[in-house]
Design a protein. Structure first.
Lengths: 286, 356
C-alpha cells in the first residue's frame, strides 16, 4: 500500500515539480553560476572565477538604481493599498451575488496584453493626449500637464497593472473575517473608525502583507513600464538587468544583479510568511 | 529495491529504443534543404522570402530579432546552430568574426557582389567583404518638424543645448553607440573614441542634455514627431523617412560636425549546414531588381549601385536622404567595434540614463 501511495504521489506531483525543476530551478542555477565568471570581450562568458560582479553591484551608481526602484515599487504598493483596500472591503462585505461579477471586473484587464494596456496609457497621458486635451478644452489648464515620461507615469502604470493582485489578496483576507467580530465591537460601544483600526485592520494584516509583497515584487522587477511610460528617463533595476544581457553583452554582471534582486524578493516573501505564521500563533495562544 | 529481473527488462528496453532511434535517424526522410534567416522585424519586404523560395526552390524561414545584441546573444549561446543568415550591423561583424561564429564567404557563389558600389567593398569593419555583405547603409542625424522648429537645425548642439522653445520636445536614441555618438561628435571627438577623458566629457554633456529631453526613444520617435509630442529627435535616416511618409513637414539633416556611418550586413553562420543555400539567399538579395525593391520598401539606402539606379526617382524627392551618395556617406565616420572599451560606454550610458 505504501509503495502504491508513493507511486500515486510521484505521478501526481512529478509533472509539476519536474516542470518547475527544469524551467525554474535549473536556469536559476545557471544564472547563479554565471554571476561568478568574467565577461567575454565580445559577450558570452569567460570561465574565470571572480567575485568582481558582486563588488561592482555595490557601486554607488547601481545602489542608487536599486534604491530608486525600491522607492517607486514602495510608492506603487502604498497607492495600491490605498485604492485597493476600500474596493476589496466593499466587494467582500457586499451582497454575495455581486461578488463574483465584481471580482471578474477586477480581473478583466488581464485578458488583454500588458504591452497594449501600457500603450493605452501613453494615449491617455501624453501632451496631446486625451486627458490634457480634455483639461485644456475645459479651460482648467493653459499649458498641457507633464503627465507622461516621468516617475508619476511609471507609478500610474505599475499601479494600474498590479492593483488586481492587491485587491484579490485583500478580498480573500477580508471575506474570511467573521462579521460577528465587528458587530461585537460595535455593540460594546466602539465607533466605526475604532472598530476598523482595532479589529478589521489587524485581522486583515496577512492579506495586506500578501498583497503588498505581490505588488512590490512585481513592480521592482518591471522594465517595460519605465521604458514606455517613463520614456527611458529613469532606470529601474529591471532595465539595468535587461541592458546587461541585451545591450552591454555583460551576462555575468547581469546575472549577479538578477541574483541580488531575487535575494531581496525572497527576503520579503520569507518576512511575509514569518509574519503570517506569527499572527496565527498569536491568535492560537489567545 | 530493484529485482534482478527488472534490471534485465530495463536493459532490453533501452537497447530496443536505441535501435529504433538509430534506424529512425538513418531512414527518416531528409527535410528539404531549408535556411533560417534572422532579421529585424519589418526590415525586408514581407513576401521577399516567398519569392526567393519560388525562384530557387530553397525553403526559407524568417526569425526576428529586435537588436544586434539579441541575435548576438542567441548565436553565442547556441554556437550559431539553427541559423544560416544573420542581419547584423558592422561592429557586430567584427565581434562575431572574433568569436569564430561566422563563416568566410565564398565569393565565387556571390556573382552579384559586382553590383555593389566600389565604396561598399571597402568598409572598415570588413574590408573586401570577406565575411559580410552590406545590405543597407546610412547615417544618424536630426529629424524635425520644420513647421514647429524655428530655423533649420544644423548642429548636434541644437539637440543637446536646445532653444527654450524646444525644451521638453526632444527625444534621443538610447542605444549606447548612438547616444554616445551625439555627445562625442558635438565635442569634435570620434564616434569610436576609447579615451576615458573624452567619454567622460561626452557623458557630462549628455547628462546636461537630459534635462531638456522629452524621452529616450529608439522605436517610436517618428510617431512622436507626427503626433506633435516631439519637435526634434535624434534619428536614423531611414526611420525619419517613416515620419516623412506621414507628414511632409518632417525633414532630416546630418549635423555639420558630422555623424556616424552605419552599415547593416548579411553574414553566414559558421554552424550553417546549408551554406550553399545561405549564399544563394545573399546573392538573390544582391540582384538589382530585388535590392531596389528592398530599398523602396524599407526606405533605406542600399549599397547596391545597380539597384539604386533602378529606384523610382520620385522617392528621392519625397525622401531627400535616400539620394545621399556613397561619397556623402563615406564622409561620416564608420562605426567600429569597441572591444574592451564597450564596458566604458555601457557604464557611461547607465550613468546618463540613471541621472536625475
Amino acid at each position: 500500500m505504501a509503495a502504491a501511495e508513493r507511486l500515486r504521489r510521484l505521478v501526481l506531483l512529478g509533472p509539476g515539480l519536474g516542470w518547475l525543476g527544469l524551467f525554474l530551478v535549473v536556469p536559476c542555477v545557471v544564472v547563479f553560476a554565471y554571476s561568478f565568471f568574467e565577461r567575454g570581450v565580445y559577450g558570452g562568458i569567460d570561465y574565470v572565477f571572480t567575485l568582481d560582479n558582486y563588488a561592482r553591484a555595490a557601486d554607488a551608481l547601481y545602489l542608487s538604481i536599486f534604491l530608486k526602484s525600491a522607492r517607486i515599487a514602495a510608492l506603487t504598493t502604498f497607492a495600491a493599498l490605498l485604492v485597493g483596500y476600500p474596493a476589496a472591503y466593499l466587494i467582500a462585505t457586499g451582497p454575495k451575488h455581486r461578488q463574483l461579477p465584481l471580482l471578474i471586473l477586477v480581473m478583466l484587464p488581464f485578458w488583454s496584453n500588458y504591452l497594449i494596456r501600457t500603450y493605452a496609457w501613453i494615449v491617455l497621458l501624453n501632451r496631446e493626449g486625451l486627458i490634457n486635451r480634455a483639461l485644456t478644452g475645459l479651460g482648467w489648464i493653459e499649458q498641457p500637464l507633464p503627465l507622461l515620461y516621468n516617475d508619476f507615469a511609471i507609478v500610474v502604470g505599475l499601479l494600474y497593472g498590479y492593483l488586481p493582485f492587491m485587491v484579490l489578496a485583500l478580498y480573500s483576507s477580508i471575506s474570511r473575517l467573521n462579521p460577528e467580530m465587528r458587530e461585537a465591537s460595535a455593540d460594546l460601544g466602539a465607533p466605526a473608525w475604532r472598530t476598523f483600526l482595532r479589529v478589521t485592520l489587524p485581522l486583515t494584516l496577512p492579506g495586506i502583507g500578501a498583497g503588498s509583497v505581490f505588488v512590490f515584487v512585481l513592480s521592482i522587477g518591471n522594465f517595460i513600464t519605465p521604458d514606455l511610460l517613463g520614456g527611458g528617463r529613469s532606470v529601474m533595476v529591471g532595465n539595468l538587468i535587461y541592458d546587461q544581457f541585451l545591450t552591454a553583452r555583460d551576462w555575468p554582471f547581469g546575472s549577479s544583479l538578477a541574483f541580488l534582486l531575487i535575494g531581496v524578493m525572497l527576503l520579503l516573501l520569507f518576512a511575509q510568511a514569518w509574519a503570517v505564521r506569527r499572527g496565527q500563533e498569536a491568535r492560537a495562544d489567545a | 529495491m530493484a529485482k534482478p529481473a527488472s534490471k534485465g527488462i530495463i536493459i532490453g528496453v533501452v537497447v530496443v529504443a536505441a535501435v529504433i532511434i538509430a534506424l529512425g535517424i538513418a531512414f527518416w526522410p531528409k527535410p528539404p534543404a531549408k535556411i533560417v534567416i534572422s532579421n529585424w522585424d519589418g526590415y525586408m519586404p514581407a513576401d521577399l522570402l516567398e519569392n526567393f523560395t519560388k525562384e530557387t526552390g530553397i525553403e526559407a524561414e524568417h526569425a526576428v530579432h529586435a537588436t544586434n545584441e539579441e541575435v548576438m546573444g542567441k548565436v553565442t549561446a547556441g554556437g550559431g546552430k539553427g541559423y544560416d543568415v544573420l542581419f547584423v550591423s558592422g561592429p557586430f561583424v567584427e565581434a562575431l568574426a572574433n568569436l569564430g561564429l561566422i563563416a568566410e564567404l565564398d565569393q565565387g557563389k556571390l556573382p552579384n557582389l559586382a553590383n555593389l558600389y566600389p565604396e561598399a567593398a571597402n568598409l572598415a569593419y570588413d574590408p573586401g567583404n570577406r565575411r559580410s555583405v552590406p545590405y543597407a547603409w546610412g547615417t544618424t542625424g536630426l529629424c524635425y518638424r520644420s513647421d514647429l522648429v524655428e530655423g533649420t537645425p544644423s548642429s548636434w548642439n541644437d539637440l543637446l543645448r536646445p532653444a527654450d522653445a524646444l525644451k521638453g520636445k526632444i527625444t534621443m536614441l538610447a542605444t549606447d553607440r548612438w547616444l554616445m555618438a551625439a555627445g562625442l561628435k558635438a565635442l569634435g571627438y570620434s564616434v569610436n573614441s576609447t579615451d576615458a577623458g573624452q567619454i567622460a566629457q561626452a557623458k557630462d554633456l549628455l547628462i546636461e542634455a537630459k534635462r531638456s529631453l522629452l524621452a529616450y526613444d529608439d522605436t517610436t520617435f517618428y510617431s512622436k514627431l507626427v503626433a506633435g509630442e516631439a519637435s526634434l529627435v535624434q534619428a536614423w535616416d531611414g526611420w525619419c523617412n517613416y515620419g516623412i511618409a506621414e507628414n511632409p513637414a518632417i525633414k532630416f539633416v546630418v549635423p555639420t560636425e558630422g555623424s556616424d556611418m552605419w552599415t547593416d550586413t548579411m553574414v553566414v553562420t559558421a554552424a550553417s549546414e546549408n551554406k550553399d543555400g545561405a549564399h544563394a539567399f545573399i546573392d538573390y538579395i544582391l540582384r538589382p531588381e530585388v535590392h531596389a525593391w528592398v530599398a523602396e520598401n524599407i526606405l533605406y539606402k542600399v549599397p547596391n549601385q545597380k539597384a539604386m539606379e533602378r529606384i523610382d526617382k520620385a522617392l528621392f524627392e519625397t525622401y531627400p536622404n535616400m539620394a545621399m551618395t556613397p561619397a556623402d556617406l563615406m564622409r561620416q565616420e564608420q562605426l567600429r567595434d569597441l572591444g574592451e572599451a564597450q564596458k566604458d560606454y555601457t557604464r557611461a550610458v547607465t550613468e546618463i540614463l540613471a541621472a536625475q
